[in-house]
Design a protein around this ligand. Structure first.
Ligand code: F6R
Length: 599
């Protein structure tokens, strides 16, 4: 999705800050980029395509010294990717430049009104109405800040907006339903859609709330409300450091993030569980005793939600996972004891926020499970359980899925009240990071990926806790390799999908332990084998599934609840190596965005 960066600073090369900030936002997904600098006049450079294209086109002296500036990565919604549709957009005079994330719902009416009064538009975007509205307000003789405020008051929809004006030495910004965070440096102030954009300059941040306005000047900043009253804001420190957002020698962020999982899982668990007593010490979960739990989430987070719901059902709690986009318009019935849990890595996914807002409307308690401190979800929910995975830059979620799964285990442990069972699981959780490390050190995934890289389609099957991982394995493979992949509950194969299975389509089967689920899944594996399809068994070797498999990817033995997390690491690696061999854009797959802030 679109990304915004802004900078106002003494002794800063503003253009450099903007360009490197845009690189820090690349992971969100984009198709064009641009910058605007103001220093008595407004200068703009914008291009369809990559940030490298913008860098090649930009005049290094743009804005001169001591300029203030804004930058933008665009992910098209209104109008195709083109130089004209790229942000920043300007008014008729070229003295007001604006960048926008989100969707302006009433833009058609505003555009018509502005055109009737003589404004000329140069793009197809909804965003372009904003600089023209600012221009109109300026013509009434008000200050730049008041003109920006008046323009924003006309706009309906979701937005993060930032502007520079020829007539002002400040960057002006505001938000509604779209993230925007300020960075507080020694002699400069920054703003961005997400912290990695300015993390190399400062780790001190101020989270802007909906309806608040920020003003960044050379080294100072202030926040006010819609009426211009100053709002007292506190500065927080983000725990991430710039090293965590660098590629650190890996070919791709995704591979780095897959390898970061042992550390991420340790951080997720640190100080939160006590193996001796079987107890969980997580402030966000204290006193929770819901009669039923409804999970809402999207994509990979939805798979973590499916997994979490299974864990809770094993604890005897009514639990169900819903696709947030469905729940938002067709919510499930709730009662006083219902807890709605939103799982979202970014904390900004519009569908998930919308589902949680629906829950709030029904006065139901909400819990956010997220990775991002200060994210919208963490500020809107009654409770927040942070997964502590550290920044995830690759568009495809990898380490955050594993950490979400561990957070789901913490929730299940907290609600279970069965100390002895808990002790066993906590012991297994303690060993999990080193077991993930063992897989990373020893995986045959690259070999398997290479063997099947030309297959026309791939299928993934798993039963019970392995079901969500079958879906996740398929999602990961399709999003980064662009190959057709589908995941099924193992027992469903024979109810239709088996028609697609041929000797050319590998079937990845997750089978751990030797219980009933394993035995039944082996039955499904035999059905596949009988159709001459190559089976790749992801297994701990406890059962004899290897006898029916063409290839085996081994995982260490663990508690049955945690086996899917280990199996998933093997599947992540297979997806990564298939995509790598095909030369795909792994960290920024086509058409996808890291933070999906539109419904
Ligand atoms: C897949 C992926 C997406 C996200 C989904 C929800 O690899 O990354 O499917 O899981 O867009 O995002 P969050 O977790 O930020 O709500």
């Amino acid at each position: 999705m679109c990304g915004i960066i802004g900078c106002a600073g003494r002794n800063e090369d503003t253009l450099d800050v903007l360009l490197s900030g845009l690189e820090g936002l690349e992971y969100r997904g984009y198709d064009s980029a641009g910058v605007a600098l103001s220093n008595g006049s407004v200068e703009i450079c914008k291009r369809e395509g990559t940030i490298e294209r913008l860098q090649a086109a930009v005049d290094r002296s743009l804005g001169g010294t001591d300029a203030v500036g804004i930058g933008h990565t665009r992910w098209s919604t209104h109008g195709p990717p083109s130089d004209e549709n790229s942000h920043p957009h300007t008014d008729c005079t070229g003295e007001v430049a604006v960048v926008h994330n989100g969707i302006i719902e009433n833009y058609s009416a505003l555009k018509e009104e502005l055109q009737e009064s003589g404004h000329e538009f140069t793009s197809d975007t909804d965003s372009e109405v904003v600089p023209h509205l600012v221009e109109d307000a300026l013509s009434e003789g008000v200050s730049p800040e008041e003109a920006f405020r008046r323009a924003v008051s006309r706009v309906e929809g979701s937005y993060a907006l930032a502007a520079v004006l020829a007539d002002s030495e400040a960057v002006l910004a505001t938000r509604n339903d779209s993230p925007l965070v300020l960075g507080v440096g020694e002699e400069a102030a920054y703003l961005a859609s997400d912290v990695p954009a300015f993390l190399e300059y400062t780790d001190r941040v101020v989270y802007l709330e909906d309806g608040e306005f920020a003003r960044l000047e050379s080294g100072s900043w202030s926040v006010s409300d819609a009426d211009g009253e100053v709002v007292d804001k506190s500065i927080s420190r983000v725990e991430w450091d710039a090293e965590e957002t660098a590629k650190s020698g890996y070919d791709h962020y995704m591979l780095k993030e897959i390898h970061e999982q042992p550390r991420a899982l340790r951080k997720c668990l640190r100080g939160r569980v006590d193996e001796r007593t079987g107890s969980v010490d997580v402030e966000a979960l204290v006193g929770l005793s819901p009669s039923s739990v409804q999970f809402v989430a999207c994509g990979t987070s939805y798979h973590a939600a499916l997994y979490g719901a299974q864990l809770l059902r094993e604890e005897g709690i009514h639990a169900h996972a819903f696709l947030a986009s469905e729940y938002a318009t067709a919510p499930a019935p709730v009662d006083d004891g219902t807890l709605v849990v939103g799982i979202t890595q970014s904390g900004e996914t519009a569908d998930t926020l919308s589902a949680l807002r629906e829950a709030h409307r029904q006065n139901v308690e909400t819990l956010a499970v997220t990775n991002v401190v200060g994210s919208t979800v963490s500020r809107e929910c009654d409770r927040t359980l942070f997964i502590r995975a550290g920044p995830e830059i690759g568009v495809a979620a990898s380490k955050t899925f594993s950490s979400q799964a561990i957070a789901a285990n913490l929730l299940a442990l907290a609600l279970s009240g069965r100390a002895s069972r808990n002790q066993e699981l906590i012991g297994a959780l303690r060993d999990l990071p080193s077991q993930v490390q063992a897989i990373l050190d020893d995986s045959r995934a690259e070999e398997v990926a290479s063997k099947y890289v030309d297959s026309p389609a791939y299928f993934f099957i798993g039963r019970n806790e392995h079901g969500p991982v079958a879906l996740e394995g398929a999602l990961k493979l399709k999003e980064i390799s662009y190959k057709h992949a589908e995941g099924f509950a193992a027992g469903e194969l024979k109810h239709g999908p088996l028609a697609l299975v041929t000797e050319e389509t590998p079937v990845f089967a997750m089978v751990t332990g030797d219980g009933e689920a394993a035995t039944k899944t082996i039955g499904n594996v035999k059905e596949v084998e009988a159709r001459d399809a190559p089976v790749v068994a992801v297994t701990d070797g406890v059962s004899d599934v290897g006898r029916y498999a063409e290839d085996v990817l081994r995982v260490p033995e663990t508690h049955p609840r945690l086996a899917p997390v280990l199996a998933n690491v093997q599947l992540q690696l297979v997806s990564y190596f298939v995509a790598k061999e095909l030369g795909r854009s792994i960290d920024k797959p086509r058409n996808l965005a890291k933070s999906v802030t539109v419904e």
